[in-house]
Design a protein. Structure first.
Lengths: 333, 264
């Protein structure tokens, strides 16, 4: 139960991810080896050389984007699973992904520039969650969590059907491929500036998760018990939901909708370090970052054409999900 | 000394009133058993007394402070609540679960420190479960889980413990162990309020019994004076004999008639 026992393994994991990131930066059409990368990154080589341009404006943003995407989805998934007391919950449970997807599709449909599409994705994600919370507040019942989740399903379905309508109406040669690609998630069209614009939101939203990490466990025991233990559940739950949603919406805004990560990674982290949130959160963040980096590196190298991330995470995630299911209830818990 | 006091209390959820006009006091250092059939309002009364449900009317005071004026943290520093044992959806360790009892003494953003960890080990030692510190709570037996929840309540460092049917869903032996533990805690100076279905449990450990039916308190007092055959028949609707055995133990036995023993 001490966190000190965890510090060394987490540092090792972080170092492993740095090594993985450096290795991932050597992979790609323009040949680079580790020495080139270290020379450029450490400032010993000129940044406007061809290698410098490839590293600073293509490889590094891509690697950072993948790390941030995986870390954020895993963190949000861990929070949602814990506070909804359900290991099958994922970051899109409250309709975030569906809302953000609809926002982005509207942007693509209106032929907006990339930054406009991202803004709409962000706004769409927050609007969906706002609608879900509004619905849940309107329907006063004992079981607020159940009402929240059901409202999320309803809003998600509505946003999904609006998205489908736009896909039918979209230009099949120009807009439809972009929409499809975006709805499956990809970092192919993501510039460093997009990531830098979205990341501050995720960072700010991560603060309450870290600060409240010792309260999250108590929420997993149920509302009444948590209050009897002295935790103001209502306020803390709302803060955590809003924070996790902001984290999700900010990465969806630059990477599109990437499924499975927020569902699977917290499970792995829980199998490694147990469910206690102050251990679960850093572990899930690191594993999520590493996992997404590997998936994205595969996505950009496996074929001539980029493979959407959502396809790869589903191909990896679905069997893992079945495996966990087959291991029985224990694996879920 | 009165630790918990309810005056003209009305209980219920929202607009549904379950009972009203309840007056009761819990004295320090005693075990009070709240007894009554399912659905009579035991749990609602307990939850109102510890401030989980707001009273519909009347007042509850803990240590002379009105419970409605206390924050969740202030309540948790005065009253420790032991729910019925249950398995959480995630495999917390016994240490994790007991540490949750320290929340009432931690600030909003604070992490448990060395003293909190020592307290967790100490209360587990107190109930003889120190060796299970790192065990998976959700894999323990029902009786062990109930003991861990009692340890968590002890980690809250309150003098008042409120237990909601701590023996429900436990087997015969574990029921006896939990009862023995409550008796031991009362001797150690804790004040205990617990609900139960079983009159025998009240006979075994209670100083004071509150007998409820349909949201009303029918009787209260010492177990042997309160739990008479007549009072129990009135509450449970079946014939019950109350007998004192040669060992001095008093038991309540339902008189089961008209049921022939058949094979097959």
């Amino acid at each position: 139960m001490t966190s000190s026992r965890l510090t060394a393994p987490l540092l090792l994991l972080a170092l492993g991810i740095v090594a993985l990131a450096l290795f991932a930066m050597t992979i790609g059409a323009y040949r680079l080896d580790l020495a080139d990368i270290l020379a450029v990154v450490l400032g010993q080589a000129v940044s406007d050389s061809q290698a410098g341009i490839v590293i600073w404006s293509i490889r590094l943003p891509r690697v950072l984007g993948a790390l941030a995407l995986g870390a954020c989805l895993a963190a949000a998934g861990a929070v949602y699973q814990q506070i909804f007391r359900n290991p099958l919950v994922s970051p899109d449970i409250l309709g975030v992904s569906a809302g953000a997807g609809l926002g982005a599709v509207i942007g693509i449909f209106l032929s907006l520039p990339v930054i406009g599409i991202q803004m709409l994705a962000f706004v769409g994600g927050l609007a969906a969650v706002g609608a879900v919370m509004g619905l849940a507040a309107g329907i006063r019942r004992q079981d607020t969590v159940l009402v929240l989740v059901l409202a999320g399903v309803v809003i998600g379905a509505l946003a999904g059907s609006a998205t489908s309508l736009l896909k039918v109406l979209a230009d099949p040669y120009d807009q439809l491929p972009a929409i499809t690609f975006w709805l499956l998630g990809s970092l192919a069209a993501t510039a460093g500036s997009d990531i830098m614009a979205a990341l501050p939101f995720a960072m700010v939203a991560l603060v309450p998760l870290v600060l409240l990490r010792h309260k999250v466990d108590v929420l997993a025991m149920g509302d009444e018990e948590a209050r009897a233990l002295g935790v103001d559940t209502g306020r803390i739950r709302i803060i955590l939901i809003v924070a996790a949603t902001l984290i999700t919406a900010s990465v969806v805004s630059f990477a599109g909708v990437v499924g499975w990560v927020g569902l699977i990674i917290p499970h792995f982290a829980r199998m490694l370090v147990g469910p206690s949130f102050h251990r679960l959160l850093p572990t899930a963040i690191l594993i999520g970052a590493g996992f997404m980096l590997i998936v994205d590196t595969i996505a950009r190298t496996i074929a001539v054409k980029e493979v959407p991330l959502g396809i790869l995470t589903a191909v990896i995630g679905a069997p893992v999900f079945v495996y966990l299911l087959a291991r029985g209830r224990r694996a879920w818990s | 000394m009165t630790l918990l006091c309810a005056e003209r209390l009305a209980i219920g959820y929202g607009r549904t009133q379950i009972a009203s006009g309840i007056d009761l006091t819990i004295s320090a250092g005693t075990i009070t058993c709240l007894l009554g059939p399912n659905g009579c309002g035991k749990t609602t009364l307990l939850k109102t007394l510890i401030g989980l449900i707001p009273p519909l009317a009347g007042s509850v005071t803990v240590d002379h402070a009105p419970i409605t004026s206390l924050s969740a943290t202030e309540k948790a520093r005065r009253i420790a609540y032991v729910p019925q044992q249950h398995a959480p959806p995630f495999p917390f360790t016994v240490g994790d679960v007991v540490m949750m009892g320290r929340q009432a003494h931690l600030g909003l953003f604070a992490a448990p420190g060395k003293r909190d960890r020592e307290r967790v080990v100490a209360v587990l030692g107190h109930i003889g479960m120190k060796h299970l510190l790192d065990a998976d709570y959700s894999r323990l037996s029902g009786g062990q889980r109930q003991m861990v929840l009692i340890a968590r309540a002890l980690a809250q460092d309150t003098t008042l413990l409120v237990l909601d049917e701590p023996t429900a869903s436990l087997d015969f032996g574990n029921q006896a162990l939990i009862l023995a533990e409550t008796a031991r805690l009362a001797r150690a100076g804790f004040t205990i309020l617990m609900s139960t279905h079983d009159p025998d449990h009240a006979f075994a450990v209670a100083d004071d019994v509150i007998l409820m039916k349909d949201g009303a308190i029918l009787a209260r007092g010492a177990p042997r004076e309160t739990l008479t055959a007549e009072a129990l028949r009135n509450v449970y609707g079946v014939e019950i004999a109350v007998e004192t055995l040669a060992s001095g133990t008093t038991i309540a036995v339902p008189q089961i008639q008209g049921v022939s023993r058949r094979r097959g």
